[in-house]
Design a binder for this molecule. Structure first.
Ligand code: CP
Length: 335
């Protein structure tokens, strides 16, 4: 399978004397903070973990043994929380989950006091999901260890974009010239923001299709072209990424009705025929079946990569945890 190199043209962008590539970030907060080679480096690191997870009955590696990983989730999650937990455990970390619903946040504790509390427990890495854009940056500024953004408000979901990019690269071989159509509630979607930035940085042509009410301003600044015409956006697409209507983030009527939305923006087998014959169907989950996607498409084993995305999530999160804790593990040369 063709693979893009972490070091294009044979050059290692940042390396120590032993030739190891160095990742020059303490935290992973946003795709917007990463250069294209840094994204490719994390994808290459994740490839290793895909192979380990698939090939070995004994998946435990142990390189994070003795380190404490706290997953602090202030919003609900299935895929991201579980895959970060599995990733940490496969690397040997002591993994602790903090759910806001059963924590002292419910008694009125502030975000900063919560961050200071987690820091005092001498966590070695903290993974955070929060409903407010920028909350993860706020916590990163208050603690002494690496912080990974597991989704903050409408802002970014960087590991989701990385796992989506890994899925696409493995299926399509690369990104240069690839047409990726992202359709749905782009306005409220941190997944869409991270994906636009990530895929454009890697060389893909990114189209977003959404009602005007669900299209954010300045999509072009994130490397994408916007349209309200989903059928036109599907023409010649190599990848079709569908997004959920995020009703929990809506404080008004953004669409006339789910039925009408489905008529214009739902992905059906008939509509998918407008894309390339081998177009890949993706969805970050959770899905609203019958609204943005039909089961006939979501469950089509020849076209849908949705469960593969979940699998790649574990590998990407293992890579990110490994890379960001190299300094804590006193691996020489790591910032
Ligand atoms: N894709 C995603 O973030 O899913 P969860 O909300 O289940 O973590």
């Amino acid at each position: 399978m063709p693979q893009e190199s972490a070091a294009p043209y044979g050059l290692t962008p940042t390396a120590d004397l032993a030739g190891r590539t160095l990742f020059p970030h303490r935290h992973l907060l946003a795709i917007s903070q990463l250069k294209p080679w840094e994204i490719r480096f994390l994808l290459d690191e994740a490839e290793h973990w895909v192979a380990v997870n698939r090939s070995s009955a004994q998946k435990h590696d142990g390189r994070l043994a003795g380190l404490t990983q706290i997953n602090a989730f202030f919003e609900n999650s299935t895929r991201t929380l579980l895959s970060f937990e599995i990733a940490g455990k496969r690397l040997g970390a002591d993994v602790v989950n903090m759910h806001a619903a059963t924590s002292s946040v419910k008694k009125g504790e502030t975000l900063i006091d919560t961050a200071v509390t987690l820091n005092a427990m001498r966590a070695d890495v903290i993974v955070i999901r929060h409903g407010s854009s920028g909350a993860v940056q706020l916590i990163a500024d208050k603690v002494d260890c690496p912080v990974l953004n597991a989704g903050d408000g409408w802002h970014e979901h960087p590991t989701q974009a990385l796992l989506d990019a890994l899925t696409i690269r493995r299926r399509k071989g690369g990104f240069e010239g690839l047409i990726v159509t992202i359709c749905g509630d782009v306005l409220h979607s941190r997944v869409a923001r991270s994906n636009m930035l990530c895929l454009a940085a890697l060389g893909a042509q990114v189209r977003v299709a959404a009602p005007a009410t669900l299209t954010p301003a300045a999509v072009d600044c994130m490397g994408a072209v916007a349209t309200t015409d989903f059928d036109a956006a599907l023409d010649g697409a190599d990848v079709v990424m569908m997004l959920r209507l995020q009703n929990e983030r809506m404080d008004g009527a953004f669409i006339p009705s789910p039925r009408e939305y489905h008529m214009l923006y739902g992905l059906t087998p008939e509509r998918l025929a407008k894309a390339k014959p081998d177009a890949l169907v993706m969805h970050p989950g959770p899905m609203n079946r019958g609204v943005e996607i039909t089961s006939g498409v979501a469950d089509d084993p020849d076209r849908s990569a949705i469960t593969e995305q979940v699998e790649m999530g574990v590998a990407v999160r293992m890579a990110c945890l490994d890379v960001l804790t190299r300094s804590a593990r006193n691996i020489e040369g790591w910032a």
